[in-house]
Write a protein that binds this ligand. Structure first.
Ligand code: PLP
Length: 403
């Protein structure tokens, strides 16, 4: 305990991940999911929050599925000891030559959108002798991954033949929405209809599906007709609103999980008319105090936050003065006194008056997804309020380099 406590006070920057908030968000989302099972989407290192501790806590709070984009992310969960008895794990972003055999051996469910993927999967089934669990993905209108309607009968027929031969089980049919975050968007109704047709076709061909799934976070919160058997929630799990123009996290009963803080690396008086940071895009309007916040775009602070990013220092909101550099940016503290080592809160839940990830998103012209996901590996994550024995200390643990 003492060791990391000492390390912590010496910390340049730190992202605190509140696992109690994560568990509470899981419960909120389950209550919203119309009885559907909940998949905790933990791709991209749980949107920057740490995949393993977040996966474990989400399972404790009632999630029964874990979702990742890449097979490597799914395999890492299994390698860390999250067994098939604890969670089904689905990954959906395959490229030719992917680790199909490893996924089979690790009991990872796989998504298949096209014949090439089915062929590679079946070759791996032949090699390992392990039957696959497959989720056939229909492109119901997103135009990203997934099988187009004109190729669907062929893909379903090939999968059914393999199923009849004992090589795989068609566990699910699924798809992804294009505009769940825009309630009333005409694509939602069209995608629901196309999804029903894809499911009906698979079932007519004899598929006995365990799960039909379509809903992401915004659909889980706003579109009960999309819930089906399983909802796949990412952003909302981390307590951020996927539809900030419709409601804040609190409006949905969610609590932001990540707090990002740094400690001032320099505090100094400068005269008026002093240029600040590269290109001198900020000039001090008069004699003032500058504080140096030791995080930059290498830590995931968007360069687009130059002149706009909000930071709370000594209870007051300040704005990134001039350009955000690779490792640092400057705030003008006005006449206020401060000391090197004082805390600068970049974002948090907002209830201590600090900015939120959504405030950063707005300041940078992006979405909160990108703000939290991009926090870099140089920023240690400190997981607090865990119950699943996360990290070295059980209740609390500091992790570096993402994991
Ligand atoms: C990332 C992702 C999700 C989760 O989306 P959120 O909006 O973060 O809930 C769900 N399904 C798929 C296919 C995804 O890629």
């Amino acid at each position: 305990m003492g060791d990391w406590q000492a390390m912590r006070t010496a910390m340049r920057a730190e992202a605190t991940v509140d696992l109690a908030a994560l568990r509470s968000n899981v419960e909120t989302l389950r209550a919203r999911a119309s009885g559907a099972a909940l998949m905790a989407v933990v791709k991209a290192d749980a949107y920057g929050h740490g995949a393993l501790p977040c996966a474990r806590e989400a399972l404790l709070a009632g999630a029964t599925w874990l979702g990742t984009a890449t097979p490597e992310e799914a395999l890492a969960l299994r390698a860390a000891g999250i067994g098939p008895d604890q969670a089904r794990v689905l990954c959906w972003l395959w490229t030719p030559g992917g680790p199909w055999a490893e996924a089979l051996r690790a009991s990872v469910d796989v998504s298949v959108s096209a014949r090439w993927a089915l062929d590679e999967l079946l070759a791996a089934v032949g090699e390992t002798g392990v039957p696959a669990r497959v989720h056939l993905k229909a492109d119901t209108g997103l135009g990203r991954n997934g099988c187009q309607p004109h190729d669907w009968p062929d893909l379903v027929a090939a999968a059914r033949r393999a199923e009849a031969g004992g090589l795989l089980r068609i566990a699910g049919v699924w798809s992804h929405l294009a505009a769940a975050d825009e309630p009333g968007h005409p694509s939602i109704r069209a995608q629901l209809t196309a999804f029903d047709e894809a499911v009906a076709h698979a079932e007519a061909q004899g598929a006995r599906l365990e799960v039909r799934h379509l809903a992401n976070s915004p659909a889980t919160l706003l579109l009960p007709e999309t819930h089906h058997d399983l909802v796949r929630t990412g952003l909302a799990l981390y307590g951020l609103s996927p539809v900030p123009e419709v409601g804040s996290p609190a409006d949905f009963g969610l609590r932001p999980v990540m707090t990002l803080e740094a400690r001032l690396a320099s505090v100094k008086r400068v005269p008026g008319g002093h240029g600040v940071s590269y290109g001198h895009h900020y000039t001090t309007p008069g004699e003032t105090t500058l504080g140096l916040v030791p995080v930059g775009y290498a830590d995931g602070i968007p360069r687009h936050a130059s002149g706009t990013g909000p930071v709370q220092v000594a209870g007051k909101w300040r704005t990134a003065a001039g350009r955000v550099a690779m490792d640092q940016f400057v705030v003008d503290l006005g006449g206020d006194s401060a000391e090197p080592g004082d805390t600068a809160v970049l974002f948090g839940p907002g209830d201590r008056g600090e900015p939120t990830a959504e405030d950063w998103a707005r300041a940078c012209g992006t979405i909160a997804y990108e703000i939290v996901t991009r926090i870099g590996v140089r920023v240690p994550r400190r997981h607090v309020n865990g119950t699943a024995g996360t990290g070295a200390g059980g209740q609390e643990g500091i992790t570096r380099h993402g994991q």
